[in-house]
Write a protein that binds this ligand. Sequence first.
Ligand code: UDX
Length: 446
Amino acid sequence: MRVTIFGTGYVGLVTGTCLAEVGHDVVCVDIDQQKVDGLNRGVIPIYEPGLEPMVKANHAAGRLKFTTDAASAIGHGEIIFIAVGTPPDEDGSADLKYVLAVARTVGEHIERPAIVVNKSTVPVGTADKVRAAIAEALARRGAQVPFEVVSNPEFLKEGDAVNDCMRPDRIVIGSGSPEAIEKLKRLYAPFNRNHERIVVMDVRSAELTKYAANAMLATKISFMNEIANIAECVGADIEMVRQGIGSDPRIGWHFIYPGAGYGGSCFPKDVQALARTAQQCGYKPELLEAVESVNYRQKGHLFELIQRHYGGSVAGKTFAVWGLAFKPNTDDMREASSRRLLAQLWEAGARVRAYDPEAMHEARRVFGERDDLVLCDSAHAAIADADALCVVTEWKQFRSPDFPRLRSSLRDAVIFDGRNLYHPDQVEGAGIAYYAIGRGRSVNKP
Ligand code: UDX
């Protein structure tokens, strides 16, 4: 089928590539000429495992094209995806300006009946606004072209996006039009194997489904972080508690890892946006507000442990920081817990030597040149000339460090582990003081 995708960010690029991979004829549109030129030369603007060879192969096969020419791209697609960003505006609501700009462009250029599919994460009711924007642009040029607007939210995880897209656990289609539903079922047939993955519903339910999924996952994490903080107070070990509850299938093993808080482009933004939507309806979303505020506090927790260790004074200390990306296998630093930690360390007069396997380029962009930051090219380089080590992202390569080497390298022989990567006995056995999340050997036992 002929598919057009607006937006070559995570969602648009991965979706377009996977649709091309199963044989569809895909044109991706972006307003960023440099990005489009790069993609046409095989330069992938994001780090995402498995994506680059797939983009190159499908581009070479002629099934995946990149352009800035919106008009001809709209002429190409019988199905037109909107996969542009919805950044939060000042009050945390999702800003729809890019989505609606695409809708207007579609209305200005469609000549043949088309199905417009919204893949961006958008507040409930956006499909109606997209429909209105297209209709208005059509009316302005005096044209009458039938079109449908469908909600088809994306559930891919960064770092595993290609896999999620090629093997989705569900495909949500929100539409009231039997023809549109049929067409999308045909589009997704290659992904709908072995058992039925397509869930058809009305547009508003599909829009809410995306937020419900992300808010539920964020809730699990904030819940575990809260229990971890209580574990610290009472002298319990959250890692034992986690193992004690995960085997209950009603709770499950996934997304119950305590840590330095959740980040990324989805959870923080989507929990906020859902809360704003609820407030706009006159409903006070107490649980969502708590999920958000627990997460904010959690992002500062590692620094609290640091302050506690140093008796409130870290001025002049140098901290090695392992991990800057918001999670492993990505170079994305949006809402990353590392950003808060670094800001707090700098504010307190400390210096930072940071290393991340993929996010160094992004770190340079985010932080710029500063006297109190050294961006290092290896984990070892970061610990050289440092007083203490903070682990903020659970990259595999940080999981089994050479503890004797750390012991001799770190002047104060202390590790602050924001992702519970090590066993306390192992670290302390090597003569290193160890602080982790919710493993309260220390404090405030009642
Ligand atoms: C998420 C959803 O998983 C995905 O389905 C949706 O489409 C987009 O949002 P993503 O933001 O890529 O994907 O990352 P994810 O792997 O879900 O992790 C989000 C954050 O939660 C990370 O900062 C991670 O470190 C944190 N996390 C995750 C925890 O702190 N504990 C956990 O148990 C799991």
